[in-house]
Design a protein around this ligand. Structure first.
Ligand code: 5RP
Length: 219
């Protein structure tokens, strides 16, 4: 089975958790796009969705799903999103698509977070995938110097501006042994909007698409 098929399998398994009339929080990326297509195929209607990015909002609208402003809804029951890396403790690296700030906000609003991935995303130690850090443009060089002190090699994501008008630094060569501490430490650097470690708000369970099944990983 291809990686794309594994992503689609995980995404389609996640629709089993969707109930009629729900407002669903929705992440960003190719795995989530399969989830949105599966949502559109449901035999019943959801009330609508809260999108983590402009790209996701566009995809939802194209599939006929109403998109609500996050400020216009209260807390939501469910958030579904992909990830770049996940470990057995359900800590994740996200932000490969540069939508990490929106993703962290909507994940924070949700009672339950379901992460959907293909099996190659499961790792023992986070950090092989470069860690995205969203920074205010004026803080780009300062934040990069602080990241070097933490042992990482920051590279500006060329030609990319986030939905919020900010820049992304991709941090190479970090071995993230304590995701909670690293998430907090990077977020405390002035000029950082947020970073792509999802540890303080990790997933409640992971649906992993493999060649033969969808595995569910939870506490
Ligand atoms: C976007 C993300 C995505 O969830 C992550 O990059 C995974 O993407 P894909 O499903 O395309 O592999 O965090 O900011």
């Amino acid at each position: 089975m291809s990686i794309e098929q594994q992503k689609e399998l995980a995404a389609r398994a996640a629709v089993n958790y969707i109930e009629e009339g729900m407002i669903v929080g929705i992440g960003t990326g190719s795995t989530v796009n399969y989830f949105i297509e599966a949502l559109a195929d449901l035999p019943y209607d959801i009330a609508g969705a809260v999108a983590s990015s402009k790209a996701t909002a566009e995809k939802l609208k194209a599939c006929g799903i109403e998109v609500f402003d996050p400020n216009a809804v209260g807390d939501i029951l469910l958030y579904v999103d992909g990830a770049d890396e996940v470990n057995q403790h359900r800590y994740m690296i996200k932000g490969g698509g540069g939508a990490l700030s929106g993703e962290k906000i909507i994940a924070g609003m949700a009672k339950e977070f379901i992460c959907i991935v293909n099996e190659a995303k499961m790792v023992d130690v986070l950090g092989e995938f470069p860690l995205a850090v969203e920074v205010l443009p004026m803080a780009r060089s300062y934040v990069a110097r602080q990241i070097v002190k933490l042992g990482g090699d920051p590279m500006i994501r060329e030609g990319f501006t986030s939905d919020h008008g900010n820049l992304i630094l991709d941090i190479y060569n970090l071995r993230i042994l304590d995701p909670q501490a690293m998430e907090q430490e990077i977020n405390q650097i002035p000029g950082v909007v947020t970073n792509g470690i999802f540890a303080q708000r990790r997933a409640d369970f992971i649906l992993v698409g493999t060649d033969t099944e969808v595995k569910r990983i939870q506490a």
